[in-house]
Design a protein around this ligand. Structure first.
Ligand SMILES: NC(=O)C1=CN([C@@H]2O[C@H](COP(=O)(O)OP(=O)(O)OC[C@H]3O[C@@H](n4cnc5c(N)ncnc54)[C@H](O)[C@@H]3O)[C@@H](O)[C@H]2O)C=CC1
Ligand SMILES: N[C@@H](CC=O)C(=O)O
Ligand code: NA
Length: 469
């Protein structure tokens, strides 16, 4: 049976949405529990994350009241099917299939449905009603962030989304607030738990791709449609959000170069190990001077890359995430923790709930959109990276010199060379593994084309990006 969320109850009368309510007593006086106002909270979606948010809000109600200054009363939980079996942490009397009512009759609306629609329309309706909105929906923010920020500003309410990037890790707060006094130069991270789990299980246990994906889904890491994880789209949405915050520039999904992990094989992992590396799906946002004009722009991309085994990102296992931020004044910062899963993600959502609630009680507001820098987004071939290139060459005098000449011709500097000689059908060959220094992708690709054309090169076996050197 469908239980409607209360239709006639407006957002709490004492604290009008979008306006700063002045407590009856001076704010600094320690308010007793009985003095606290009540804020109405609506939750859209009760899946992996929503269920944990509801459980923690109910279990720790007194702590949340003390931290935010208001009692947080869940008035409705919008679900698709109120009769579907679900976790007993979610009181059945709160369930409703009237999501619009939940979106428009609360002080704080928590969107945990995922996807673009109806999440976008519901969030816009929530802002219109004066609610503060909290979401973990990176796909929506990467596609419609400016529209959502504008709606929050028009309603004079808060828009928070800590859960949208790297789950429990406070990386949105770090970039949006902690780094506001610095100039970020690059962000390099593992921001998708599902793919890190898959690659790690393949690397450490020799599991097949499919078995590792099934386990990641079981653990609640994966998106409703795990192709978003596997094809790098989830990480790309997070990279877009990271780059927008880090570089004060609007970056959307279409600005991110994306390659997922679907084509990674057990052989690729073995080759990575042979090179003293791990293979990781990385999200990268870099400030780069483009060539030949030296104009500053940003490169935003997601792709698998080799990471040296002694680099901090190489030892990020399972569903964990890690984000390295480099900034001019601060130097390097590293963030590490659980990037996915119900309870860790709920922790991020609830930090936003406390902040939004405190603003409604005491005044103050979340940061507005900051896109003043408006840096150009560089084309993929302008990105700065390093390549590891494996070649088969004739094991004869002059072969390495000829190969080195190709790199020199394309202005690509070599960082290291390894060679293993072997005999194949009577021919003496060498497998040469070359790692370059950083160069624009356009020059690296030109060098690879040059190698293919060089007569001493029997085959370019593989090219892979290397990050973190
Ligand atoms: N699971 C995770 O580890 C993380 C998830 N997120 C984000 O949090 C959001 C929620 O993710 P999950 O809880 O994992 O997804 P989920 O698929 O487990 O839960 C979504 C719930 O919303 C319900 N729903 C869908 N359409 C609805 C509608 N029109 N009205 C009412 N309910 C509706 C679904 O039935 C489902 O129960 C997504 O935006 C996701 O990207 C963010 C960080 C981590
Ligand atoms: N599907 C995502 C969940 C968190 O954003 C992941 O695997 O990281
Ligand atoms: Na986060």
């Amino acid at each position: 049976m469908n239980q409607q969320a209360p239709q006639d109850a407006p957002p709490s009368a004492a604290l009008r949405p979008g306006r700063v309510a002045r407590p009856a007593q001076p704010a600094r006086r320690a308010a007793g529990a009985a003095d606290r106002p009540t804020l109405r909270v609506g939750v859209l979606g009760s899946g992996t994350v929503g269920t944990q948010v509801i459980r923690l809000l109910l279990e720790q109600a007194d702590d949340f009241a003390a931290r935010s200054g208001a009692r947080l009363e869940i008035t409705g939980v919008a679900v698709r099917d109120v009769d579907a079996p679900r976790d007993e942490a979610v009181p059945r009397q709160l369930l409703t299939d009237d999501a619009e009512s939940v979106a428009t009759s609360n002080d704080i609306v928590i969107e945990l449905i995922g996807g673009i629609e109806p999440a976008r329309t519901l969030i816009l309706a929530a802002f219109e009603s004066g609610a503060s909105v909290i979401t973990g929906n990176k796909a929506l923010i990467a596609a419609h962030g400016p529209e959502l920020y504008a709606a929050a500003a028009a309603a004079n309410t808060d828009f928070y989304y800590e859960a949208a990037v790297a789950g429990a890790i406070p990386v949105v707060y770090a970039l949006r607030e902690s780094m506001a006094g610095d100039r970020v130069t690059s962000v390099l991270g593992i921001v998708n738990g599902t793919t890190n789990y898959i690659l790690d299980e393949m690397s450490t246990k020799g599991l097949s791709f499919d078995a590792a994906l099934a386990a990641a889904q079981e653990l609640g890491y994966a998106e409703a449609d795990p192709t978003a994880d596997v094809d790098g789209l989830d990480a790309a949405a997070k990279a877009a959000i990271i780059a927008s915050l880090a570089f004060h520039t609007r970056v959307g999904m279409d600005d991110v170069e994306v390659e997922g992990i679907r084509s990674i094989t057990a052989d690729d992992i073995r080759e990575a190990h042979a090179s003293g590396c791990e293979l990781k799906l990385l999200a990268i946002a870099q400030r780069v001077s483009s060539e030949p004009d030296g104009v500053e722009g940003i490169s935003v991309r997601v792709h698998p890359a080799l990471v040296p085994a002694d680099h901090p990102l190489a030892s990020v296992h399972g569903g964990f995430n890690a984000v390295l931020v480099d900034a001019e004044a601060a130097g390097r910062l590293m963030f590490y923790g659980q990037g996915a899963g119900g309870a860790p993600t709920a922790s991020a959502v609830l930090s936003d709930v406390v902040a939004a609630a405190a603003h409604r009680v005491n005044g103050g507001q979340a940061p507005r959109e900051s896109s003043y820098a408006d840096l150009p987004i560089l084309a993929p071939e302008q990105a700065l990276t390093r390549y590891q290139i494996q070649l088969r060459v004739a094991d004869a005098p002059g072969s390495l010199a000829a190969v080195a000449q190709v790199f020199g011709d394309h202005d690509v500097s070599i960082n290291s060379v390894r060679q293993a000689s072997y005999v194949d059908v009577g021919d003496e060959l060498a497998l040469v593994t070359i790692v370059t220094h950083a160069a624009p992708v356009s020059r690296l690709e030109a060098a690879v084309d040059g190698l293919r054309a060089q007569e001493r090169v029997a085959e370019v076996v593989s090219t892979r990006r290397v990050e973190g050197l």
